[in-house]
Design a protein around this ligand. Sequence first.
Ligand code: SAM
Length: 354
Amino acid sequence: MSASGKLASFRLPPLPTVGELIKLYNLRAEKQLSQNFLLDLRLTDKIVRQAGNLRDAHVCEVGPGPGGLTRSILNAGAGDLVVVEKDTRFIPGLKLLSEAAPGRLRIVHGDILTYRMDRGFPVNISKPWEEDPPNLHIIGNLPFSVSTPLIIKWMENIANRTGPFAYGRTRLTLTFQKERLTASTGSKQRSRLSIMAQYLCTVHNCFTIPGRAFVPKPEVDVGVVHFTPLVQPQIQQPFKLVERVVRNIFQFRRKYCHKGVEKLFPAACRIELTQEMMQKADVDPTLRPTELTLPQFRALVNAYAHLCAYEPSLLSYEYREELRMKHLESQGKTPMDTHMEKSTSTPPSPLQPC
Ligand code: SAM
């Protein structure tokens, strides 16, 4: 076979267009499942190109829907594509694609939040963490309704080298609300999610997808983002600890950052421990959360870890729980009263002293 013949051998045979399939199966977009379809194959090809060379690659596609992106992944030469789709209505159309690409497309009818990707691919594709990434990619035009929990879950998987990252530094190419993940210091879009992604990955903004490319048109601008997990995370502390500090700081995103830091500590020692943490980290307490750099977040997390090493009970302190207790007290109730009312098996944890 000629080189061009070989190249063409993995391309799909003629099929009904994605638009025709949508009509054929009456696939109206469901707002509840954040469905915004991409029908233009030139655009889905462009998204798939951002992932790099997919010849013979293993790929997991999140939410294939009517299958536009799926076709582009197959046309790019992926050898083993697993698609995870929650909505049953798309399964017949995906089966049609699977028949057109024999042995290359596996369909999982399920929820990406619970799908065990660590069991989905052969173990022998794994690469040591310090080496180049494995020949495994995650690609998806993400459902916005699950994008935040999904990214946090995958970032935790990266930190622990579990799930899709049990195979090594698996790369991701995903659509996302524009700049939500790539926002740099000082940007209005800077958020808990951008810090969590940037401390663990190289995050690259590839291009913006024009709103008119989607059916129906989404309410926000959408960008394509490529992630490669870093060999060494930029903050070397347990994920849950980093997440706790970053979440607290961003809970008052328009206020000075010390306001969020304060809420890491029980009222009895709040002021003094906040001061100690800010001083140890050498961070100006009057900076806003969006103005903090990644090294400043690192310094804050390290300072908090240091305080927790002296006083481990700080780790179980929850500001919201303290508020709840105060509220109960003001109503003349004890935590045990509400416990009896609810008859749950675990009583609320008492506040830890400093
Ligand atoms: N990939 C298709 C495209 O680009 O046209 C559809 C994208 S649409 C934004 C998101 C897709 O994810 C829908 O097909 C929706 O049914 C699916 N979905 C939503 N929540 C899901 C979940 N938890 N697990 C798997 N798929 C999900």
